[in-house]
Design a protein around this ligand. Structure first.
Ligand code: KG4
Length: 346
């Protein structure tokens, strides 16, 4: 295989990206880092809902069935010939090992067949780029508030590819808290959208749930809030589920907005971007919009499709990675416990 010594990465570079870290099977074709030519996401949430969460073996089998048709659809919908693809990227972590391996193996096989570079992409870094896909001309420094099922991170992005984590959860991620509280309330899986829906019918002032660590640094904690909900409902079984959902959601959003304001002031942010599945939350979007308007910060709110897992953000992060670091080694495997670590050089 070629070592791609003369590789040029520019606005015309076309990347096929594959995302299979959890239960979404996704493929996308993106040109020049942010021109999305196609983005296909297939999710078998129905298969997992009956078990109350994602079942790794079922996710793996669904990826095997869906990946080839999803890639074929992404190429077809992009309107380009597959010979125009300059590199193939895949999420190599973090995620479910069986699920990751399917996407990584498919990407490497295609890269070898087409004799183009392979790029292993950190799923969390890709979430930083998701907001920029909708709006690439942001001013730095930018605070990225990354709130997903597995992570809650406040990231100071100084420029493309140069970032540091300034705050994170010390226990449950925000999405995890939504999912656990929803399961306890019998609202099913995934919990975030269900709580969001129920909260619209409830009174957010009904119960004063705790806002943990509100005044300590930039880290957050949601585990105590989850326990407070459980204890409250056990003591008050007649309480309306809508009121609990609304009061819980408001407590989470209050903490996220307060910490974001503090972090944005600390780094002198010009822009705030939301990322991850919880960025789809209607109250969080509404409160962040109001706060940013008041503070004079530009807010980048990703579209709903870019909040949840997709391959367009993998292609975008892959383009910047290819530009900065070159291709990944084919010997690099799937990394289920991969973390987002500071990158201080761009
Ligand atoms: O980013 P994502 O798709 O998956 C991870 O990579 O973790 O995020 C999924 C998380 C789930 O916890 C889900 O309940 C939450 O995002 N979520 C929401 C909403 N939509 C999805 N949480 C609150 N409100 C929503 N509307």
């Amino acid at each position: 295989m070629s070592n791609f010594a003369n590789l040029v990465v520019d606005e015309s570079t076309v990347i096929l990206a594959i995302e299979t870290s959890c239960d979404e099977t996704a493929a996308a074709i993106v040109m020049g880092g942010n021109d999305v030519l196609s983005s296909v996401v297939s999710t078998r949430i129905d298969l997992h809902a009956q078990y109350g969460g994602v079942v790794p073996e079922i996710a793996g089998r669904a990826h095997l069935d869906l990946l080839n048709p999803v890639i074929a659809q992404a190429i077809r919908e992009s309107g380009i010939d597959e010979r125009r693809i300059n590199a193939v990227a895949a999420t190599h972590g973090p995620g479910l090992i069986g699920a990751l391996l399917i996407g990584v193996s498919a990407a490497k096989a295609l890269a070898l067949t087409w004799e183009v570079p392979y790029i292993g992409v950190n799923h969390l870094e890709a979430h930083l780029y998701a907001a920029l896909l909708d709006d690439p001309n942001v001013e730095f420094p930018m605070l990225v508030v990354l709130v997903s099922g597995g992570n809650t991170l406040l990231v100071n992005m100084e420029s493309h590819g140069k970032y540091s984590i300034i705050g994170q959860t010390i226990d449950d991620a925000a999405g995890e808290a939504f999912d656990k509280v929803a399961r306890f309330l019998g609202l099913g899986h995934p919990g975030g959208p269900a709580i969001d829906r129920e909260a619209k019918l409830g009174d957010a002032q009904a119960i004063e749930f705790p806002r943990a660590m509100l005044h300590d640094g930039f880290d957050v904690s949601f585990s105590g809030l989850k326990t407070a909900v459980v204890n409250y409902v056990r003591k008050n079984p007649a309480i309306s589920t809508q009121d609990v959902a609304a009061s819980f959601q408001t407590a989470v959003v209050d903490v996220l907005v307060a910490k974001s304001v503090k972090a944005a002031q600390h780094i002198g942010a010009k822009t705030i971007a939301l990322g991850g599945g919880v960025a789809a939350n209607s109250l969080l979007r509404q409160e962040m919009t109001a706060t940013c308007t008041q503070q004079g910060w530009r807010l980048v709110l990703p579209s709903m499709a870019m909040c949840t897992d997709n391959a367009a953000m993998i292609a975008s992060a892959g383009w910047y990675r290819l530009l900065q670091d070159g291709p990944s080694e084919l010997s690099m495997g799937a990394m289920p416990n991969l973390k987002l670590t500071d990158r201080t050089t761009s």
